[in-house]
Design a protein around this ligand. Structure first.
Ligand code: ADP
Ligand code: MG
Length: 678
């Protein structure tokens, strides 16, 4: 930047320390530290006309003050102007403030005036002692986000000085700026720091003004540049080139009882191309529950294996990992592929054998977190596949990559993320979307029934089983206590055993030993269990096509994505499927909204979009390492169009104008970019 932008803020050591706490270190940081709101101190309102809900400024002379102790300690200041009397009330105050508000002082107080029983009153106004005929400010007063011990006026002064001396050169070339219909940066920043008198406060506060739009765009652009740069940096790293040397993939396809959907073929082609590159793939395969991600992953594994490398396949739960293992082994072992299995519950000799295989001639290694533990070595890991990736932490996903020398990485997720959110969270990844379900699926019927009508369900379930189908019965979620959760599951099981006499009822929950879980799931998959009572351990991935009824008790306690995942366990075969949501009233507003959404929609992306509206982006994806902490002004939901715009500009800028990109990042992120890497 033009010399002084990167220079530290000129202030006392003590003040600099406080400023650093709110991310203000360089002069340049001050420029983009924008007001939270503005106060209009350019005019004086007579006390008699001051009440009315809007903050105003009054200029009054103090008659006297006293400290009262009932009902709580407070400083009461009586004052007046020519039009009337007013009380200023402070619940915390310094002796110096009390002294400044002594009889005879002339003060300007800014705040909301309420007309109480005892007349007009201001609580905790901002105030300032003034002389006679003190001129009024001619500009709106910006109120900045600050921290303890840094007065707004001090920040204001520092920022005003920085605005005069610092470099405000635009990082958007004029032509591009005009194309995007955005005002210049210098003009926008000056305007926001010192809006001219008469500027409409409502527009300013709503942040719709073009100057705000420019700031938000710049911020989103910085985020996109940063993520994109990380993506490019990855290309600098080398990775094994995985080119198939035989027809393993084709032979797997031949064995399948179905053909791939168009979406699966497209995903497969994208992945196949990436795997053949000399830099590591980092691709997210997103697809609604039941879209058929597993077979795409299996074909990717075939390519790695056929190129002479190993593939690892990691899943977040034992049940799911086991199911994948059984399925992949059934698909690939007949084709001569050596498949190994690792999980936390595998012990002793069996474990040693599998470890030895992974370190030697196993070609596909399937497992849980156990795959990334110390002591697990892979001979030639070329592809790391992570299923239900949102269930893993960043560190865990990275750990799998570290088991090889820069293997390609394929991550899968059934938690659909709305596009703009994905662009912010995953701009450093390539994203493939499976936007098509396999054919022949009948839509799932969703019903909502009140707890009081639970009895009617018994007959419904029985009829369902008589038709040869199977059902899941999901127990109430009790987040606060795992012990209580277990107890509830056992009670539900006991109740249903009695109610469904004549049917086979099974129970699976998180506290069962791995082999016990395995036995229950295997029996259910084989059709030996009619009704499977389960906790949310079955939430992800489980695939039993003959199960076509899902009952969820206390559905109001579940989150939207959980409900969608659970419902996605059915509707996998050709039979008509239904999902019954039992709820207990009275429902809170958010719970009611959630049930309405899950009732009305089956498309995962639509549900996710509404979930985002209901909850906001922060909670939505959790605290993934992401570009989101970099955004202070832009809102991913409200400013979605800016994200789209910025994405294209970022890609182009990094190649066509790297020096502008660098300056832009410096200006908007500076040290904040470190947040991304943490
Ligand atoms: P998810 O994307 O939720 O992981 P799965 O990979 O478990 O979905 O697939 C769901 C079910 O659909 C499985 O039984 C799978 O064998 C089946 N399936 C996958 N692709 C197809 C297809 N193209 N045609 C028919 N069935 C398919
Ligand atoms: Mg899956």
């Amino acid at each position: 930047m033009g010399g002084d932008g990167a220079a530290p803020i000129r202030a006392s050591e003590a003040l600099r320390k406080k400023l650093a706490k709110i991310g203000l270190q360089r002069e340049a940081d001050l420029l983009v530290h924008l007001p939270l709101r503005y106060e209009d101190e350019t005019c004086i309102t007579p006390v008699a006309r001051a009440a009315g809900g809007r903050p105003v400024q009054v200029e009054v002379v103090v008659h006297g003050n006293e400290v009262q102790y009932r009902p709580r300690r407070q400083l009461i200041v009586r004052a007046a102007d020519a039009s009337g009397e007013i009380t200023l009330r402070f619940f915390s105050f310094y002796p110096s403030q009390q002294a400044a508000l002594s009889a005879g002082s002339r003060v300007r107080a800014f705040g909301e005036v309420r007309g109480g029983f005892f007349g007009a009153e201001m609580v905790h106004p901002r105030f300032r002692k003034v002389g006679d005929d003190e001129p009024l400010p001619t500009e709106l007063t910006p109120i900045y986000p600050s921290t303890a011990g840094v007065a707004n006026s001090a920040l204001h002064k520092l920022i005003a000085r920085a605005l005069e001396s610092a470099d405000l050169a635009d990082t958007l070339p004029d032509e591009l700026r005009q194309q995007l219909k955005l005002p210049g940066l210098a003009r926008s920043l000056r305007f926001l720091h010192t809006p001219p008198p008469g500027t409409d406060l409502d527009t300013l506060h709503a942040r719709h003004h073009p100057a705000w739009r420019r700031v938000k765009f710049d911020e989103v652009l910085a985020q996109q540049l940063s993520l994109r740069r990380a993506w490019l940096a990855r290309r600098e790293q080398g990775a094994p080139v995985l080119v198939a040397r035989d027809d393993l993939g084709a032979r797997l396809l031949d064995r399948l009882p179905f053909g791939l959907t168009g979406a699966q073929l497209r995903a497969m082609a994208e992945i196949a191309r990436d795997l053949g590159q000399p830099y590591p793939m980092q691709r997210l395969l997103q697809g609604d529950v039941g879209a058929g991600k597993t077979i795409v992953a299996a074909l990717a594994a075939c390519q790695a294996i056929s190129a002479g490398w190993q593939a690892a396949f990691m899943a977040p739960t034992e049940i799911l990992a086991e199911q994948h293992y059984l399925k992949l082994a059934a698909w690939l072992e007949p084709l001569g592929v050596k498949v190994a299995w690792l999980s936390g519950s595998l012990k002793g000799k069996a474990r040693r054998e599998q470890l030895a295989a992974a370190a030697a001639d196993a070609q596909l290694i399937v497992g849980t977190h156990a795959l990334i533990q110390e002591g697990v070595d892979f001979a030639r890991l070329g592809l790391a596949i992570v299923d239900e990736q949102h269930r893993f932490g960043v560190a865990q996903r990275l750990a799998l990559r570290k088991k090889g020398s820069n293997p390609h990485q394929l991550m899968m997720s059934a938690t659909p993320i709305p596009r703009t959110l994905a662009m912010s969270y995953y701009a450093d990844l390539d994203v493939t979307v499976l936007d098509e379900l396999p054919p022949g699926r009948t839509p799932i019927k969703t019903r909502l029934i009140a707890d009081s009508r639970r009895d009617e369900l018994v007959g419904f379930v029985k009829k369902h089983v008589e038709e040869g189908r199977q059902a899941y019965w999901v127990c109430p979620l009790i987040e606060e206590s795992e012990a209580l959760q277990l107890q509830t599951a056992q009670e539900t099981y006991a109740t249903l055993l009695a109610e469904f006499s004549g049917l086979t009822v099974g129970l699976v929950h998180g506290r069962l030993k791995a082999d016990e879980k395995q036995a229950v799931m295997a029996a259910f998959a084989a059709g030996e269990i009619d009704v499977l009572v389960a906790t949310t351990v079955i939430e992800v991935g489980v695939d039993v096509p003959n199960a076509s009824l899902m009952v969820i008790e206390h559905a109001e306690r579940f989150g939207l994505s959980q409900l969608h995942q659970l419902r996605g366990r059915v509707g996998r075969g050709a039979h008509e499927s239904s999902c019954v949501l039992i709820y207990a009233g009275p429902l809170g507003e958010v719970a009611r909204q959630r049930l309405k959404i899950i009732y009305e929609h089956t498309d995962g992306f639509e549900i996710a979009r509404r979930d985002l509206q209901l909850r906001g982006p922060g909670e939505f994806v959790g605290s993934r390492q992401s570009g989101v902490p970099l955004l202070r002004y832009a809102d991913l939901e409200a400013d979605a169009d800016l994200v789209e715009m910025a994405r294209g500009v970022a890609e182009n800028m990094l190649t066509a104008h790297p020096e502008l990109a660098e300056r832009h990042l410096q200006r908007w992120l500076g040290s904040r970019e470190e947040l991304l890497k943490s």
